[in-house]
Design a protein around this ligand. Structure first.
Ligand code: SF4
Length: 369
């Protein structure tokens, strides 16, 4: 058995914080935070827990001094399925913790706040998927991982922003079709469709099935036979929808030569204008790519991700505003995270019938490289 290295003391953590993060908090607060991190790490060890930290956590949770694993939704789903810890404490939002529970049902999965939802996940439910499947029978359903277990339980395969086009291509090949139902993110669907040269149709879900299928037939009648066709949904991320093409122009004007990266949950008009679009994990990797080198870099995504990057890389610009902070991700802070382990709250449960049905689409997503 490998022996765990000794935990950092409050003083050691504080010294690190002073070097790396003094731009974010006054000295006395760095000391308080260091004490909280020491306490959190002790709880993690005592309870044999693993902390999975989404890239959208604030610097005091994302930092290396807090024990745990950082990543995007896809990377953390993989880790959640593999861990041997007794407890998974998910620093993210509810659909992520649910995904961990679906993949590793014997573990206790905790989330620091039940208010950590997601505007995309709440835009759709399993009943909506059933209705779409009746309207468009035989067409595979791809769901973005930002969905509840109820929705996932009705779909064929999930995808993350980092593998969305690969998953769509996989589904089209498996189902031997050029059509796909892609849920629930309107902008991600449009961005992936554009990348694949696909046409996209948004059904009027309040109309009856006959009217909608007629509209679809009319719309797709003149499309070349092999052109991929997406059937989308009108969900949006309440953070990424706020970025505009004018923001891109303004930034380029103010910072000539700036390299801009955007998450594909941003509107297509924004994604078209930036230098790189990708998942949080892909954007982070790209900071050190030869394309970027020493150019100034800006991110159009949830702005907490930028805190830790700006501390690590001098060329990263902190383009941040309260508007671009996800209110759901912000439910995670040192206080709520410590409390989660102390009180063993809030436990994620997924009814077994739903869990079994949701597992296959998630495992398919993980398998598509
Ligand atoms: S940033 Fe957007 S997609 Fe991510 S959890 Fe928040 S609302 Fe959902």
């Amino acid at each position: 058995m490998t022996k765990n290295p000794p935990l950092l003391t409050q003083q050691e953590i504080y010294e690190q914080f002073k070097i790396k993060y003094s731009q974010y908090s006054p000295d006395f607060e760095l000391l308080i935070k260091a004490g909280q991190v020491e306490k959190l790490n002790r709880l993690v060890r005592e309870k044999n827990a693993v902390i999975l930290k989404h890239n959208y956590m604030s610097w005091d949770l994302q930092c290396d001094e807090v024990l745990g694993i950082r990543g995007d939704s896809l990377e953390l789903s993989r880790k959640a399925g593999e861990t041997e810890a007794d407890i998974i404490l998910f620093l993210g939002v509810k659909f992520m913790a649910e995904t961990a529970k679906v993949l590793n049902p014997k573990k206790t999965v905790l989330i620091p706040s039940l208010k950590a939802g997601c505007s995309l996940a709440s835009s759709i439910a399993g009943a909506d998927v059933r209705k779409l499947k009746q309207m468009f029978p035989g067409i595979p359903v791809v769901a973005y991982v930002n969905t509840d277990a109820d929705t996932k339980s009705e779909v064929d395969v999930c995808c993350a922003s980092g593998n969305a086009s690969k998953v769509v291509q996989w589904a089209m090949k498996e189902w031997k079709t050029n059509k796909v139902i892609f849920l629930p993110d309107k902008f991600l669907a449009q961005n992936v469709a554009r990348e694949m040269g696909a046409d996209i149709f948004f059904p009027n879900v309040s109309a009856d099935a006959t009217t909608t299928t007629k509209e679809f037939a009319l719309r797709t009648k003149h499309i070349a036979p092999k052109t991929p066709i997406f059937i989308g949904w009108e969900g949006k991320c309440e953070v990424h929808e706020k970025f505009t093409p004018e923001d891109v122009d303004g930034l380029r004007h103010d910072f000539p030569g700036v390299y801009i990266m955007a998450h594909p949950e941003c509107p297509p008009e924004v994604v078209k204008k930036v230098d790189f679009a990708g998942s949080t994990g892909e954007m982070i990797k790209n900071v050190t790519s030869p394309d970027v080198q020493d150019r100034q870099v800006a991110f159009f995504t949830e702005c907490a991700m930028v805190e830790i990057l700006a501390a690590q890389h001098k060329n990263v610009l902190q383009v941040c505003s309260i508007q671009k902070r996800c209110p759901h991700m912000a439910q995670n802070n040192l206080e709520t995270v410590i409390e989660a382990l102390e009180k063993m709250q809030y436990k994620i449960t997924v009814p077994e019938d739903l869990r079994k049905k949701a597992e296959l689409p998630i495992r398919r997503m993980i398998a598509v490289k």
